[in-house]
Design a protein. Structure first.
Length: 189
């Protein structure tokens, strides 16, 4: 129980970033955070409720549902944007680039490789979550896996430090240390 509480505190500390821009708590931010939390918690509950002999079928179904929901959300956002869907002003109503001589280039090869790599790593992470949930019949497995899953912001913060050279604050560093301590405590319990 102590490790679960420490891990929860660690998540809050890692996510705490002083904002000199004066960002305020808004209803939209709270709703978005609640929806994201429900989504992350919901997928863990779905993996836990899936039959142990389902194999990767659960992961495939989850990916299809996620793709449909994300696609629908993207369409809604594009439609609600002022001015409607993006279009090429030089095309006089024709297809993008038609008549304007503009040549559209697709994403760079490096970007495609990064996106594919992220997708593969995310799928592997979800596979490990499902395997961890089905590794034991102990009722404490679900809360432990849920808390460990909630520690994912640590990876984002560490990557921001490595790739973008962002500096960790003392509060974030404390959160990372507490998260590792909580993970060890959960592993040993």
């Amino acid at each position: 129980m102590v490790a679960l509480v420490v891990a929860g505190v660690a998540v809050v500390l890692v996510a705490a970033v002083p904002d000199s821009g004066g960002a305020r708590l808004t209803a939209r931010g709270v709703v978005t955070a609640a929806a994201a939390g429900c989504g992350l918690g919901g997928i863990v509950l779905a993996y836990d409720a899936s039959p142990t002999d389902a194999g990767v079928a659960t992961l495939v179904v989850a990916r299809v549902v996620q793709a449909v929901l994300l696609g629908a959300a993207a369409l809604v956002v594009v439609r609600l944007r002022p001015g409607g869907p993006p279009h090429d002003a030089g095309s006089a109503g024709g297809p993008a680039g038609a008549g304007s001589g503009a040549v559209r280039s697709g994403p760079g090869r490096a970007l495609v490789l990064v996106v594919v790599g992220c997708g593969v790593l995310d799928a592997v992470a979800n596979l490990f979550i499902q395997a961890g949930l089905h590794s034991s019949d102990d009722p404490s497995t679900l809360p432990v896996m849920s808390v460990l899953n909630a520690l994912y912001p640590i990876g984002t913060v560490l990557l921001a430090g490595l790739v973008l050279r962002e500096r960790l604050t003392a509060v974030q560093a404390t959160g990372i240390v507490l998260a590792f301590a909580a993970s060890v405590g959960l592993a040993l319990s």
